[in-house]
Design a protein around this ligand. Structure first.
Ligand code: BGP
Length: 462
């Protein structure tokens, strides 16, 4: 069977500034929350490794972009670090950073690799966090000014912009589940940060449109389909609430320019509404995106809650559901995430049927594996499991295309094994293996396979 993809399909991968650049404390960069948190709680990071030990893209970008070219990338996403470009979050711009990002963009274009640029990938400048991060509306304006600075500097060359990567993750990590700084556990504050992030997004979109640049602006969302254990109404209700809280809370404002009434009612009913000010709804309406990036790793399976809620415990999303472990589910044991390839198709069909078939692309999908060294044969990692993972997802993506999805491409997470937040280098995701000590990069079998897929614009399987 042949899986042929449309002309000009994006083939590439994604990464982010904090996870790849290194040089976290040099070259004029200000501190981000990650630099700060590591200094204070290094034990939170796998093997005590910080982002300063990220894979040196800051000095190796030229050679790395050549490696992208070698495996057939026609596009690559990274992010601009706010705290590198504007070290204090507001105020003067770091000229060395201006030049660095300009050089990266030029080099990608020179190699025929379209730069997809994201403006926020979990990396709040410390100075902005110190005044409350996205809980403080001043920070929304500071972010919009940073975004505008980027548009003015690079908007002539960058045609694909993204305001945020997975904006729900800093909300979950930083304000609910204690896996990002500032380690707060407070539903109402989480909702406020989520809401303010979408206001910041809309402010950036508004700035972009005012400049009348030739390009598109979007957002990258981790859409995690919610599957109920059964069709029992209590289970389907649990799944529906999860969808509202974890997907539609960002998807609806980003694509439709408004929040689902059902979500608003739910938050009202539980006294968890953020403060809504005059003009907010109009602003959110202006934030509708041109292009949606979809990160997909795993489904969310849920069932109706089985035990009563502890009235003294903090109010949490799990007030509404329990997680459900489906018997026989396929797992990636290294990351603890279920592998469910059809999820990608379900997302695309949902976007087609309920979100006006907005132009989208798969902006992240991937498989993190611990101890890949054991798959070394003659100096190359034989990651057949990753090839299978990508291929199976691409088959479902292809089915989506056949049924009219507006999906424009596929990016793997990630290009070279990179630093993954608290997991540091535990799980490896790259097309290229990274030797942490020597910083040497070596192509994995999946990288070579992907080069062929990109060249043929598809693949054939029996
Ligand atoms: C996504 C993030 C990435 C990346 C990836 C892998 O959620 O956008 O930054 O890290 O997940 O996940 P992890 O690093 O948690 O294994």
């Amino acid at each position: 069977m042949k899986y042929q993809f449309p002309k000009n399909f994006y083939w590439g991968s994604a990464a982010s500034s904090t996870q790849t650049e290194g040089a976290a404390f040099s070259s004029g960069k200000g501190e981000s929350i990650w630099d700060h948190w590591f200094k204070h709680e290094p034990n939170r990071f796998h093997n005590g490794i910080s982002s300063t030990e990220a894979s040196t893209f800051y000095c190796n970008y030229q050679a790395d972009i050549q490696l992208m070219k070698d495996i057939g990338h026609n596009s690559f996403r990274t992010s601009i670090s706010w705290s590198r470009l504007i070290p204090n979050g507001v105020g003067s711009v770091n000229q060395e950073a201006v030049e660095f990002y300009s050089n990266v963009i030029d080099e990608q274009i020179k190699q025929g690799i379209q730069p997809f640029i994201c403006l926020f990938h979990f990396d709040m400048p410390l100075s902005m966090q110190q005044i409350g991060g996205f809980e403080n509306r001043e920070v929304l304006d500071a972010y919009a000014n940073f975004a505008e600075t980027c548009f003015l500097l690079y908007g002539d060359r960058v045609k694909h912009w993204f305001t945020f990567n997975e904006p729900i993750v800093p909300v979950e990590g930083g304000y609910l589940y204690d896996f990002h700084y500032p380690n707060v556990v407070d539903f109402k504050r989480a909702v406020t940060v989520a809401y303010h992030t979408m206001l910041a997004h809309a402010k950036a979109v508004e700035k972009y449109r005012l400049l009348e640049l030739k390009g598109q602006i979007g957002i990258i969302l981790n859409l995690t389909p919610s599957y109920p254990r059964s069709q029992h109404p209590a289970d389907t209700k649990a799944a529906r609430i999860c969808d509202l809280l974890f997907n539609r809370s960002f998807l609806d404002p980003a694509v439709k320019g408004e929040y689902p009434q059902e979500l608003v009612s739910l938050l009202q009913e539980h006294q968890q509404m953020p403060e809504v000010r005059e003009g907010d709804c109009e602003l959110i309406a202006k934030g509708k995106v041109d292009l949606l990036g979809v990160n997909y790793y795993q489904p969310r399976r849920v069932k109706a809650r089985e035990n009563a809620v502890n009235p003294d415990a903090p109010f949490m999303p799990e007030h509404f559901f329990d997680y459900y472990e489906m018997p026989g589910r396929k797992m990636n044991p290294h990351r603890g995430w279920e592998i469910f390839e059809k999820g990608i198709y379900d997302i695309l069909m949902n976007l087609k049927e309920n979100y006006g078939n907005i132009p989208c692309y798969i902006s992240e999908n991937g498989m993190g594996v611990e101890g890949e060294q054991k798959f070394l044969v003659d100096g190359q990692i034989q990651d057949d499991y990753r090839i299978e993972f990508i291929q199976e997802h691409l088959k479902w993506l292809h089915k989506g295309l056949e049924e009219g999805s507006n999906c424009l491409g596929y990016h793997l997470w990630t290009f070279i094994d990179n630093w993954s937040w608290c997991n540091a280098y535990k799980n490896r995701y790259g097309f290229y293996q990274l030797d942490l000590k020597t910083q040497q990069r070596s192509v994995k079998k999946s990288g070579e396979w992907f080069a062929q897929v990109s060249k043929d614009n598809g693949f054939e399987v029996e």
